[in-house]
Design a protein around this ligand. Structure first.
Ligand code: ATP
Length: 247
């Protein structure tokens, strides 16, 4: 099986994520795309994230329609920051010999890969599929590589402004998916969640828009008039509370 690991905070999942997964799955004939929400993302700790349970629930709703898409608990409740090199190794340890894993990532995240834990080792673990975001080229992909892998300046110049293609190096193979130019981001959705469901569902699947409203996420309003919101929050956090009690 050809499998992609698609990690992120997914706070919330949006149509851009789904477009990335769909284009990658079609192009690379992927049998499965695992959407792996980080419980404790090492790079996004400045802002308080929405509860993991809500982010996972939205992923389950968003991925229901495509049988290749799977919401994954690979990074759930590990108790420490989710480093991708460890997530990939965890995934590979449960795959069969004939399975081929890919790492699916957007260009804005790939740009920071040098700052990730063990980036050279991570790039060696599996091939990367990078989804372009507006304004990025194959040259930018190569420039983002850790110094130990980065091609010489002449090669970087030759890659220039190509909007798609492959970089093959000793120790890394990276494909740039150029046909994607989705501008939507989770930041944008969090900022506009108070708008009517009809507007919200231009950027997230309809069921996710309804869930955001129902659970009053991101200040979306519409929280249930019966006061059930606080009750549901407690139910959602039961697992975590239970764990803490035992530790
Ligand atoms: P935020 O706005 O909170 O930073 P985000 O929209 O970038 O969030 P993440 O959950 O951080 O969403 O992204 C998960 C992965 O999806 C990352 O690799 C990111 O680069 C990629 N991604 C997100 N949105 C897009 C998009 N519109 N086009 C291409 N890749 C995307």
């Amino acid at each position: 099986m050809r499998i992609a690991l698609f990690g992120g905070t997914f706070d919330p999942v949006h149509l851009g994520h789904l477009a990335v997964a769909r284009v990658a799955a079609d192009r690379f004939k992927l049998d499965r795309v695992f959407f792996v929400p980080a419980d404790i993302p090492p790079h996004k700790q400045k802002r308080k994230l929405t509860d993991f349970q809500h982010r996972f629930a939205m992923l389950a709703l968003a991925t229901a329609e495509d049988k290749r898409f799977v919401p994954s608990l690979l990074d759930a409740h590990t108790g420490h920051p989710n480093y991708s090199v460890e997530t990939v190794r965890r995934l590979k340890s449960i795959l069969g010999k004939s399975d081929r894993p890919y790492f699916l990532i957007g260009m804005d995240a790939f740009r920071d890969i040098q700052t990730w834990r063990k980036p050279v080792e991570l790039l060696r673990e599996c091939d990367f599929i990078v989804a372009a975001r507006p304004g990025h080229s194959l040259g930018d992909v190569a420039r983002s590589l850790p110094a130990a892998l980065r091609p010489p300046e002449a090669t970087l110049r030759a890659l220039g402004k190509q909007q798609s293609g492959t970089i093959t190096l000793p120790g890394a193979t990276i494909y740039l998916l150029g046909e994607l130019r989705e501008r939507v981001s989770s930041t944008q959705i969090r900022a506009t969640a108070h708008r009517p469901i009809k507007q919200l569902s231009r950027y997230v699947p309809q069921l996710v828009a309804e869930y955001i409203k129902k659970e009053n996420l991101y200040g979306a309003g519409n929280s249930s008039a019966d006061g059930g919101g606080a009750y549901r929050d407690k139910m959602l956090s039961l697992h975590r509370g239970h764990r803490q009690e035992r530790s």
